[in-house]
Design a protein around this ligand. Structure first.
Ligand SMILES: CC(C)(COP(=O)(O)OP(=O)(O)OC[C@H]1O[C@@H](n2cnc3c(N)ncnc32)[C@H](O)[C@@H]1OP(=O)(O)O)[C@@H](O)C(=O)NCCC(=O)NCCS
Length: 184
């Protein structure tokens, strides 16, 4: 992992992997995200309808606000060879049962699935979270049955810690602790 460039204290603007650049999300990425979140194959993972432009704007704005508040968020994932935005991957602060947690998440264009891109991006975000941000632990809440996402979590060293239900929906709760992770 390239630690990226820092132009503001504590904010890493870019992560590099062999095939991908993960860079700070911009408002102008909205159209590319609409291509992803407007795809029924992607949205099936969440059990919801495809996003319209207004929902996509809200989602993008929420992540930009999160980035400004916490200094980290979801990156836009660029495929170097094509200069194309193919997904998002990054971190989201959340509260679970009154406990603060950081979730690692990812969503990719369906025409780029199964080429190892989510695993490559998520591995870089895991290393950034543990080495640069020094977070003690990461979790991923994966809707039960989302086997592709489960595989990505497993491939970056996360383990299923529990099966939980939130708002009546069953999830696999994956987690990984910094203490159990060997830096690359
Ligand atoms: C989950 C997602 C990000 C994975 O992206 P990806 O780039 O295809 O992931 P990778 O190629 O790195 O790895 C996918 C793994 O899942 C496996 N997989 C894919 N579909 C599968 C299925 N239906 N059943 C079982 N395994 C499956 C692949 O074989 C691969 O595992 P392997 O390397 O052991 O063969 C992508 O499917 C996606 O965007 N889904 C919709 C949104 C989503 O689910 N986001 C996560 C919410 S928790």
């Amino acid at each position: 992992m390239d630690a990226g460039t820092r132009s503001e204290p504590h904010v890493i603007r870019k992560l590099e992997t062999p095939r991908l650049t993960l860079r700070l999300m911009q408002e102008s990425d909205m159209d590319d995200f609409l291509f992803i979140f407007g795809d029924p194959k992607v949205m099936a993972a969440f059990g919801v309808e495809i996003f319209n432009r207004e929902q996509m704007e809200r989602w993008t704005r929420r992540n930009l606000d999160h980035q400004a508040r916490y200094g980290y968020g979801l990156f836009s994932v660029m495929l170097k060879s094509e200069g194309l935005l193919i997904g998002d991957c990054g971190l989201e602060h959340m509260e679970m049962d009154g406990v603060q947690a950081t979730e690692l998440g990812y969503d990719f264009r369906s025409d780029y699935w199964n080429q190892g891109f989510a695993t490559e991006a998520a591995g870089a975000v895991r290393d950034y979270a543990f080495e640069a941000l020094r977070l003690p632990q990461l979790i991923s809440l994966i809707r039960a049955g989302n086997t592709a996402s489960r595989r990505v979590a497993e491939k970056i060293g996360m383990r299923c810690a529990a099966e939980i239900t939130r708002d009546g929906i069953p999830y696999w709760k994956f987690s990984i602790a910094r203490a159990s992770h060997r830096p690359p």
